[in-house]
Ligand binder design. Structure first.
Ligand code: SF4
Ligand code: SF4
Length: 377
């Protein structure tokens, strides 16, 4: 599989806009300048998807990247929107439309988008996995993978069943690395176990890690006064040896200039800097609402009659709380993936308090459940 020389990927899901509230009003002039600088500095990986920017991202990438540059100057990645499939015909129709949108004869990288329990069933129902496998064999897809926000167990299952997937796209950042809800480290380790390369999404957690609590900023500044907070977050993900690309949804020339300037000479974090990132995660966790440590006593030493996955739901609630963006958060999707696996929703808590009896942090778990339900459901 072709691995890009540079580890920074341009995520075309937060492009500059002419009108702030209109996702289709892409500022093409600014985008062209950003694309040119990105490629000039030796970066190649351009990531889009069928639904980004209300369905206009692929066409924008076709115009800004493909139509204006030689085919050997860039690689393009897009995704089959599993969640939007309603028939077998949708699969081939969408694939052919994507080729037209992007003005390409082949995709350098192609992913099944957001594989989880529900979307996997749709992909099976409409033969989408078999379809992309055949496209790989015919050469219309050069490298085949999938993105996943589900559990390490689900990821392991898919990679075991379908060894022809060559890479996976995972949510990885220093805050989610040891999160009980997102389990980024475990997912990464599953990918490595299967010998897969990893593409990282949400390395700055939707902008959350570009503005962490002051204590964290002071700690980072003391170590490297000239590093931005975003740089720490991107560097954490990019330092993982099996990560081939870290996606950044760059929205301005300033962001792109900063990221490409230091990433073109990227060297992995030192062990001491990596430790600082993990310490930062601990400090950030202290600012979050529920002081759950993820010890899992409540699910292992006790048994919830409603089968509520307490620590995982608390971790998702806490990180959702930190997100700067309030309109969208992948935490909700992780939550619903757990429900699809048969865990009880937070809203079904009956307040029996058997979990509270074993919680070393003395958390009033039953009092938090309605709040978790309000945000996640
Ligand atoms: S209080 Fe709620 S979450 Fe805790 S064990 Fe009882 S039903 Fe489950
Ligand atoms: S027992 Fe308390 S601290 Fe431990 S995982 Fe459960 S809620 Fe969190």
């Amino acid at each position: 599989m072709k691995v890009p020389e540079q580890k920074l990927g341009f995520g075309f899901m937060r492009m500059p806009l002419k009108t702030a509230d209109d996702q289709t009003a892409i500022d093409e002039e600014q985008l062209n300048e950003m694309v040119d600088l990105f490629l000039q500095r030796g970066f190649t990986y351009c990531d889009t998807a069928w639904m980004y920017h209300a369905g206009t991202s692929e066409r924008a990438v076709g115009k800004a990247v493909v139509a204006r540059h030689g085919r050997d100057e860039f690689t393009v990645a897009t995704k089959m929107p599993d969640m939007m499939l309603h028939s077998k015909e949708d699969v081939s129709r969408i694939f052919e439309t994507q080729k037209k949108n992007l003005q390409v004869e082949y995709f350098d990288y192609y992913l099944m988008h957001d594989m989880n329990n529900v979307n996997y069933e749709l992909a099976l129902k409409y033969d989408a996995i078999e379809f992309v496998k055949q496209k790989k064999e015919s050469g219309e897809i050069k490298c085949l993978g999938f993105s996943c926000h589900d559990t390490p167990e689900f990821l392991d299952d898919i990679l075991t069943k379908y060894p022809f997937f060559e890479f996976v796209q995972l949510q990885i950042n220093y805050l989610d690395w040891e999160s009980a809800g997102i389990q980024a480290r475990k997912c990464y380790e599953v990918a490595v176990k299967h010998g897969k390369k990893v593409i990282v999404m949400e390395p700055v957690k939707g902008g959350t890690l570009s503005n962490p609590p002051q204590e964290v900023q002071d700690m980072f500044k003391a170590a490297h006064p000239d590093w931005s907070m975003s740089r720490w977050a991107l560097a954490f993900a990019a330092s993982l040896p099996e990560v081939m690309v870290v996606l950044s949804g760059m929205s301005s020339m300033e962001q792109l200039d900063e990221n490409t300037d230091w990433m073109r000479n990227f060297t992995p974090l030192s062990a001491a800097d990596r430790e600082l990132c993990l310490k930062a995660a601990e400090l950030i966790r202290k600012t979050i609402p529920i002081p759950c440590t993820g010890c899992r006593y409540c699910v292992e030493a006790s048994s919830c009659p409603q089968n509520i996955l307490i620590p995982n739901f608390f971790a998702l609630y806490n990180t959702r709380f930190l997100m700067k963006r309030k309109d969208f958060s992948p935490e909700e999707e992780y939550y619903h993936n757990y429900l699809n696996q048969g865990y009880g929703p937070a809203s079904t808590c009956i307040g029996c308090a058997s979990c509270e009896a074993v919680c070393p942090q003395h958390i009033h778990i039953s009092e938090w459940m309605p709040k978790v339900a309000e945000v996640m459901e």
